[in-house]
Unconditional design. Structure first.
Length: 336
């Protein structure tokens, strides 16, 4: 009877996580619509709206899950979520898209945006190795390091303002809708409320699942939560690839990776210091390595193109690493 009730509770928690992830994705979309509408009413250009509100909105699921998890003491869930989301974005989002349509990247993406995302991954690895580099008693991503990440985030925002402004304005014009003041404010309020409530449910349920299954919060964050919060970017990338919108595919994934590390993780570490465990460091190193591989792929075969076979390699790498992470957890292996 105990096992039956325990399993029933586990299934219930999983259903709550799935439904809450769906709610948090919808809440983020509603918030972006309301905030974008008010920005347009205030005379802010579609480019700036897309660069700030819409871009931050795509990272809202990761951001709210992370902040709520960190303030609740579930810091492992926060780190696993960001590292897992970015890993899924590169290996699944770009991988599946490249399998469908080879992705031809712009020169500025290859030489500026991919290296900037690599810088973020390197900073996370360095910030998480206090014991080795500073001789500290523990590895912690502290508030000063979180502020440093936010500083680089604002540098990226300023830099991006100078890229193809005229073209970006034209691209964003059709995608943003201006609503009435009342409706816009209502969308913002409902969106924020949905993000807070669903984020709390995701965190509480995920911690419950980890407890019942005897798994770490890091593994739950790296797999289930990361897959759920990164789903919008992955689905958008696949749909855009199918329609031939290559810039949207690559820009959306790479942009979200940058926002997740510098903004979402930066805000989270500023709110509450994040202890780094050995598995976290290994996951961060893996993210750094696949970003390096992504950059190298740009010069193998056709220049600045992610080909189908490279996309297949990405998907296989994701399956392999997630399998490794599960085995690492189950067998209690340690590699650092």
């Amino acid at each position: 009877m105990f096992d039956f009730m325990n399993n029933l509770g586990l299934v219930w928690l999983m259903l709550i996580v799935i439904s809450s992830l769906g709610l948090i994705l919808k809440a983020a979309d509603v918030f972006v619509q309301g905030a974008s509408s008010i920005s347009l009413k205030l005379g802010i250009t579609p480019f700036v709206v897309g660069l700030t509100i819409v871009a931050i909105g795509t990272s809202a699921p990761e951001l709210f899950v992370n902040v709520i998890a960190a303030t609740s003491g579930a810091t492992d869930l926060s780190i696993g979520n960001i590292l897992g989301s970015n890993t899924a974005g590169i290996l699944l989002g770009l991988g599946i898209s490249a399998i469908m349509v080879p992705l031809q990247l712009k020169s500025e993406t290859v030489w500026k945006e991919i290296p900037f995302s690599l810088l973020g991954a390197i900073m996370v690895v360095v910030f998480g190795m206090d014991k080795l580099l500073d001789g500290s008693p523990e590895n912690v991503l502290n508030r000063s390091e979180g502020i440093a990440l936010l500083f680089f985030f604002f540098i990226f925002i300023i830099y991006t303002f100078g890229l193809n402004k005229a073209k970006a304005e034209a691209d964003e014009e059709d995608s943003l809708i201006e609503m009435s003041w009342l409706k816009s404010i209502g969308y913002i309020f409902i969106g924020l409320l949905g993000l807070i409530l669903s984020g709390s449910l995701v965190v509480e349920s995920a911690v419950g699942i980890a407890s019942k299954m005897g798994l770490s919060q890091n593994l739950i964050g790296l797999t289930i939560i990361a897959a759920g919060t990164s789903l919008p970017e992955i689905v958008t990338a696949i749909i855009a690839a199918k329609k031939g919108h290559i810039d949207m595919v690559v820009g959306g994934i790479v942009g979200t990776i940058i926002f997740n590390i510098f903004f979402a993780l930066g805000v989270t570490a500023t709110v509450a210091p994040l202890p780094f465990k050995k598995d976290n460091i290994l996951d961060a190193v893996f993210l750094m390595l696949i970003t390096v591989i992504f950059f190298i792929f740009m010069f193998i075969g056709k220049k600045h193109q992610l080909t189908r076979w490279e996309g297949i390699c990405f998907v296989l790498l994701y399956i392999g690493y997630i399998s490794f992470a599960v085995l690492r957890e189950v067998l209690g292996l340690s590699f650092i």
